[in-house]
Design a protein around this ligand. Sequence first.
Ligand code: SF4
Ligand code: SF4
Length: 204
Amino acid sequence: MAYFRNIYDALATTLAGMQITLRNAFIKPITLQYPEVRHTVPERFRGQLFMRTEDCIACDQCVRICPVDCIYLDSVKRAPEDVAETSDGSKKRLWLTRFDIDVTLCMVCGLCSEVCPTDCLYHTHEYEIAPRHRKGMFLVFAEPQDIEKGKVAAERWEREKKEKAAAAAAAFGAANDRRATGTGSSRSPRCGSLWEPGSLQGYR
Ligand code: SF4
Ligand code: SF4
């Protein structure tokens, strides 16, 4: 009796398995032949970040809003003759000398792209972020020519600052000499007419 029972169980379980196979044989497959075939991501999908440097005004807003501090930005003030415009007409008053994003820290919250006033920082639909080395996750955007011009501008501002300080020191010394020798105004420099507004700037 047990012999026939075993035969019955074998046939029943085989038929039950075949039933599931038959039922799924006519269902549309949900798997994709990746990488030949890929999913179409939704319009608002947040993938890899990208920044169009030509439209960045170095306003720092993305840096300040980033909750994990993974955006690094440096800038230098442009000379008046170097002020440029972005594609939407915003003024570019600063040289962007550094704009890096550490993607290993980024939590893809989208706050930086939301706050960007020129929409130059945005999430692409790129989701295959798998570099061979970790440094591939560190995105560097600043243009070499902007970095170079930023260096020149920084040197210029530093030079001008020193010249102003030297001029203020010379004026201060001359006023003290006149007071010591009793020539010129005897009034205190702080309330006297010898002093031009801003002549003490270099001392602050
Ligand atoms: S997406 Fe969020 S975490 Fe990533 S860089 Fe932007 S603000 Fe920072
Ligand atoms: S918010 Fe936009 S414009 Fe401002 S520094 Fe960031 S990327 Fe540049």
